[in-house]
Ligand binder design. Structure first.
Ligand code: ROI
Length: 165
């Protein structure tokens, strides 16, 4: 896609802690690069993170991807959910382990609330596993007037390790 008119920048969070998480993220990265009328413009490193929420589950692998898209927010959400389904996402319980989680974090700076989607993602500013990878690819992004790196620094109690590529 080379026509950038009416396109929007969006950030997507990736997470997995089941069924070879690194492979899940590698496949998801490829799927995100192939989204219709979209272009993947950046991908963070992979990060290993201790589970936020219930602790009795494996550690997660997390990353963040930036895409430039001509899809609407809800059309992009549909695409993300289709990719999750293709990874045979199993959700055993709320906040439990999952094969692949794709969260639409931020879309063109919009603040909006649809029945299926709240933007920006309401939990992202509390999650180091989102903020650190986001700071890597979008260090100047304003989240309510704050930088992802500054928000991340306040969450040092959430163990996170950047993995070499
Ligand atoms: N914890 C970490 N570290 N990474 C995740 O992607 C993640 N996703 C979730 C919950 C269960 C809240 N915890 C997580 O959905």
């Amino acid at each position: 896609m080379t026509d950038h008119r009416h396109s929007a920048l969006a950030y997507i969070g990736l997470g997995s802690n089941l069924a070879s998480p690194r492979d899940q993220l590698a496949r998801a990265m490829a799927s995100l690069a192939a989204l219709p009328v979209s272009e993947r413009v950046a991908a963070s490193s992979l990060y290993a993170s201790a589970p936020v929420g219930p602790q009795d589950q494996p550690d997660f692998i997390n990353a963040v991807v930036a895409v430039r898209t001509r899809l609407s927010p809800l059309a992009l959400l549909d695409q993300l959910q289709a990719i999750e389904q293709r990874h045979r996402r199993v959700r055993h319980r709320h906040w439990g382990p999952r094969t692949l989680d794709l969260d639409l974090l931020w879309f063109a700076g919009l603040n909006c609330r649809f029945p299926r989607l709240t933007l920006p993602h309401p939990e992202m500013i509390h999650r180091r596993f989102v903020l650190e990878p986001l700071a890597e690819i979008a260090p100047t992004l304003s989240l309510g007037g704050e930088l992802p790196g500054c928000l991340a620094n306040r969450l040092e109690d959430q163990p996170l390790q950047r993995l070499s590529a």
